[in-house]
Write a protein that binds this ligand. Structure first.
Ligand SMILES: NC(=O)c1ccc[n+]([C@@H]2O[C@H](COP(=O)([O-])OP(=O)(O)OC[C@H]3O[C@@H](n4cnc5c(N)ncnc54)[C@H](O)[C@@H]3O)[C@@H](O)[C@H]2O)c1
Length: 342
């Protein structure tokens, strides 16, 4: 590996380990600086990874000194717009964690800045890089269950993170549901047109607010997508990917969010109360399918900085998933169904 790109990482918390390990696996990228408002986090992460970058607290100053090709933003959501816009202004390609922004105005601004700067702005929406999701999308797209009419997802877990999540507003919708919303948009191959949502914080919650939510979307093509979720639901946990039921005009798919995908369809010409059904084979992964979670997204981003294809989670695409989340939050505030505007 002879390519030597320089990268600065912003935010050296829990998730930064996975990013730095991915960068090491890909090769050809030197981490020349780490910025964190808590420099001890940066020092700890650098030491653990066996690297010796410059450590600092001032991103702008570090970027003008080190002129990196790439900025890797793994800081908290509240710092995102400032970090990504500073990095784009400094002429770097930027990969940021989700969510890509806290408001649509910020997200649109980052898309416009990336375009004006002629730089890549890509978001880590890692859960669409799951093999099972790729296979489900192939099945739906093949027409094996007819026309898609509905996607239903249930998400029930009880994590005790500590840190920023227990204080942030709309924590489930903004920090977690975006993965399932993005995955549903991917499976439907459509954009959401409207949403009705409710949010609550159940008795006994260890979150300040918004640990539970439901949302009902309409996709532009007419399919319904419903989400019921909680980060404050002890017992009988679902997978982190949600438990799925996908309904088409002639069949259905269920996915437990882990390895179990099953599909069935009705046998034509039945006539009984409940027509006969038959199993539907789940397509194999295609070699062209992008997989690998964080490593997959980071690999595609680095390849794009070297002239490869535009990653599917580029800002001007990922804003459609953020719009679902922020539309749901608007609906909570307004108490009714809202249109989703990109
Ligand atoms: N894609 C996923 O599956 C996934 C999973 C977990 C977390 N995340 C995302 O990763 C991001 C970080 O999460 P985490 O779990 O590592 O959080 P964390 O709290 O462990 O770490 C955040 C780090 O950012 C630093 N920081 C805060 N403000 C900063 C600023 N202005 N400049 C530089 N550094 C700053 C903090 O000091 C801390 O070290 C969040 O956006 C989160 O949503 C994504």
């Amino acid at each position: 590996m002879t390519i030597h790109q320089k990268a600065v990482l912003a935010g050296a918390g829990a998730m930064s380990r996975k990013w730095l390990e991915a960068i090491k696996t890909i090769g050809g990228v030197d981490i020349v600086g780490i910025v964190d408002i808590n420099p001890a986090n940066a020092e700890k992460r650098a030491e653990e990874q066996g690297i010796a970058p410059e450590i600092g607290t001032d991103l702008k100053a570090m970027l003008s000194r080190l002129t990196p090709d790439i900025v890797l933003d793994v800081a908290i959501p509240a710092a995102r717009h400032e970090i990504v816009s500073t990095a784009l202004s400094a002429g770097a390609h930027v990969l940021s964690e989700k969510p890509m922004a806290e408001t649509m105005e910020q997200a649109r601004d980052l898309v416009a800045r990336a375009r004006a700067a002629g730089r890549l702005h890509v978001v880590v929406q890692n859960r669409r890089y799951l093999a099972q999701l790729r296979r489900i999308r192939r099945l739906v797209a093949s027409g094996a269950i007819g026309e898609l009419t509905a996607i239903h997802c249930d998400f029930f877990l009880d994590p005790h993170f500590g840190g920023f999540r227990e204080q942030m507003a709309h924590v489930l919708l903004l920090d977690m549901a975006i993965h399932t919303f993005d995955a549903a948009r991917f499976v439907a191959d459509d954009a959401a047109a409207s949403v009705y949502a409710e949010e609550w914080n159940p008795a006994g919650s260890w979150y300040r607010e918004g640990s539970s939510a439901l949302a009902s979307f309409r996709f532009a093509g007419g399919a319904v997508f419903t989400y019921r979720g909680s980060w404050c639901a002890p017992g009988l946990r679902t997978s982190w990917e949600s438990a799925w039921r996908i309904v088409g005009t002639t069949g259905s798919v269920v996915w437990d969010g882990a390895d179990d995908i099953r599909a069935e369809r009705s046998v034509p010409g039945g006539g009984q109360l409940l027509p006969a059904i038959e199993p539907v084979a789940i397509p194999a992964l295609d070699p062209a399918d992008r997989i690998g979670g964080h490593l997959g997204v980071i690999t595609d981003f680095i390849a794009a900085t070297r002239g490869g294809p535009l990653p599917e989670t580029v800002g001007h695409e990922n804003i459609k998933s953020l719009a679902m989340v922020l539309g749901a939050i608007d609906s909570v505030g307004q108490g009714g169904r809202v249109e989703i505007v990109i």
